[in-house]
Unconditional design. Structure first.
Length: 145
């Protein structure tokens, strides 16, 4: 997971970052894999948690070779379904203002900008970047209210 995180984001210590994401109670994740030569290889992940009736996405990443192949879309859709089953009515996440691919994916699937966090992220060279705060209201799934 740290290797995919390093490919997806500027990070000085991707393993430490992933470990920090996993610390809050209730954190859960999904790993997308592909089978090659009888081995499963991870190609993407999402880390999230439910708190009360909301879900928060900490991180979602896809290996470069598998970007724009539907892996991110599948992870996002599956995360939303699991979050809803766990009682969430909405999902929140932050995305870097410079992350055009991520912003396009979230916009396509109904996420709306509800705020900004100036200087929220720090890239590998130390520059501070604004994060956009996004929210999506989850539809009822499987007859749940």
């Amino acid at each position: 997971m740290a290797k995919i995180y390093a490919e997806s984001f500027d990070s000085i210590n991707p393993r430490l970052t992933i470990e920090q994401y996993l610390q809050p109670p209730g954190t859960w994740g999904l790993i997308a894999k592909v089978r090659h030569d009888r081995n499963d290889s991870p190609v993407g992940y999402v880390l999230a948690r439910n708190a009360a009736d909301e879900a928060e996405v900490f991180s979602i990443g896809v290996a470069h070779m598998f970007q724009r192949t539907g892996v991110g879309t599948a992870l996002l859709a599956t995360m939303e379904k699991i979050a809803r089953v766990r009682g969430a009515y909405s999902v929140f996440l932050e995305v870097g203002i410079d992350n055009c691919a991520g912003r396009a994916l979230y916009r396509k699937y109904g996420y709306k900008v509800i705020g900004q966090r100036p200087e929220y992220y720090r890239n590998a060279v130390g520059d501070r970047l604004t994060a956009l705060v996004l929210r999506k209201r989850l539809e009822n799934m499987g007859g749940q209210s």
